[in-house]
Design a protein around this ligand. Structure first.
Ligand SMILES: *Cc1c(COP(=O)(O)O)cnc(C)c1O
Length: 423
């Protein structure tokens, strides 16, 4: 039975959302260009978009006028960081972020450095949290912006945004938050919390891919942004381009559902995560991340002496991740885990289980049985018989016919692990 435990990479669209999306495509539905304000078709589309804007704002306790549509969290992060740094360049050209951020923030920072801005990359604590004192010490008179994520996409570690916001606000520095993994999952109150810019993505909260939003604070002060795209002047000139009505109403509906069901979803995930963690810990897994400050939908663990790629290759029917989906496929161990101080072997052994709205207890039990069996098989390849991995693999009775490819791959990966560990 195929099991999907990669909700942090993307979520399936909720059927209620898909239904609404479909009704904004065809001639019978609301298909007009929302900028065509002179006729009924355009007006209906514009109204649907404003309903969605209020739904997104409602989820975040923001004002609808503070929501700008984008193509996803990557674009929201680009618009927030590049847009704010350029608009505030007279105030300062220094930006602070964390080493455990998503590439959609880190790569923007690299680009800003090439453009003459300076960036401080904060080290996390070993549990993945950003220490407030470390952030305070990094603030400079020319710091214009701090960008930190809410929930980390690899470890599920949650940052304390209230404390971070209080600090940045007191120093007159803007705060951007990448909330792609937390929006619709953890409560976010933008009237209470001093966040100036916040990115979210529909496909991480049971909406479609290709649409997202950026919260841009208008009260008590207006955050200025320089746009990335110029054109028809949509979104008050901040983001040109015909608005994709079907995508936007879907994001709005996804936010409405998330707000209504957040408490139940979270309680259910907490139970499933506990069941998964107890089972994995019994099999020798060690937790990567914070023991308490975590979102229950993401569990990241390492099995000592086992390469994550080998484990995943042995479990083709279960969708898991090593590192993050955006960087997997490269041989690089996760930048997040390395920043948290994990050695190369532990980082290469890290497996991310991410659960969501449609995960069942039966799926967790099936996964536990399969993972624990695979771990036991792979343990035979672990350091004890390392002097000759190839001989060791040959001497084992693998049983399953599919094991040939796995055998070869696992042998190579274990060798590689050892070399990188300096042995
Ligand atoms: C998925 C993700 C992104 C990228 O979002 P897209 O909508 O796919 O561009 C950015 N940041 C984090 C933390 C994410 O999890």
């Amino acid at each position: 039975m195929p099991v999907y435990l990669d909700y942090a990479a993307t979520t399936p669209v909720d059927p209620r959302v898909a239904d609404l999306l479909g009704r904004h495509l065809t001639q019978e539905g609301i298909f007009g260009n929302p900028s065509s304000s002179t006729h009924h078709f355009g007006q209906r589309a514009a109204r649907a978009i404003e309903v969605a804007r209020a739904q997104v704002a409602g989820l975040l306790n923001a004002d609808a006028r503070e929501i700008v549509w984008t193509s996803g969290a990557t674009e929201s992060n680009n618009l927030a960081l590049r847009g704010a740094m350029r608009a505030h360049r007279r105030q300062g050209r220094h930006l602070i972020t964390g080493k455990t951020e998503h590439k959609a923030v880190l790569d923007v920072c690299r680009r800003l450095e090439q453009d003459g801005y300076s960036v401080t990359y904060l080290d996390p604590e070993p549990d993945g949290s950003i220490a407030l004192e470390r952030l305070a010490a990094a603030l400079r008179p020319d710091t214009a912006l701090v960008s930190l994520m809410h929930v980390n996409n690899e470890t599920g570690v949650v940052q304390d945004l209230d404390a971070i916001g209080a600090l940045t606000r007191s120093r007159g520095v803007l705060l951007h938050v990448d909330a792609a993994q937390s929006a619709g999952k953890l409560p976010i109150d933008l009237r209470a919390c001093a966040i100036d810019l916040l990115s979210l993505s529909a496909h991480k909260l049971y909406g479609p891919k290709g649409v997202g939003a950026l919260f841009v604070r208008q009260r008590p002060h207006r955050v200025r942004l320089e746009p990335l795209l110029y054109g028809g002047g949509q979104e008050r000139g901040l983001r040109a381009g015909t608005l994709p009505t079907h995508q936007i109403v879907a994001l709005g509906e996804a936010c409405r559902i998330a707000q209504a069901e957040m408490g139940d979803d979270r309680a259910r995930l907490q139970t499933l995560r506990e069941r998964l963690w107890q089972g994995l810990a019994g099999s020798g897994a060690i937790l990567n991340g914070h023991p308490e400050k975590h979102w229950p939908g993401i569990l990241n663990v390492s099995f000592s002496g086992i390469a994550a790629e080998a484990l995943l290759a042995d479990l083709p029917e279960i969708a898991l991740a090593t590192g993050s989906a955006c960087t997997s496929g490269t041989a690089e161990p996760s930048h997040v885990l390395r920043a948290m101080g994990c050695d190369a072997a532990r980082a290469r052994g890290a497996v991310r289980f991410s659960l969501g709205r449609f995960t069942t207890p039966a799926e967790i039990d099936y996964t536990l049985r399969a993972v624990c069996a695979a771990v036991a098989r792979l343990r035979v390849l672990s350091p004890f018989c390392a002097s000759d991995t190839a001989d060791a693999t040959r001497s084992i009775d693998w049983g399953a016919p599919a094991s040939t490819t796995f055998e070869g791959r696992a042998g190579v990966l274990v060798d590689e692990l050892w070399r990188s560990d300096g042995r």
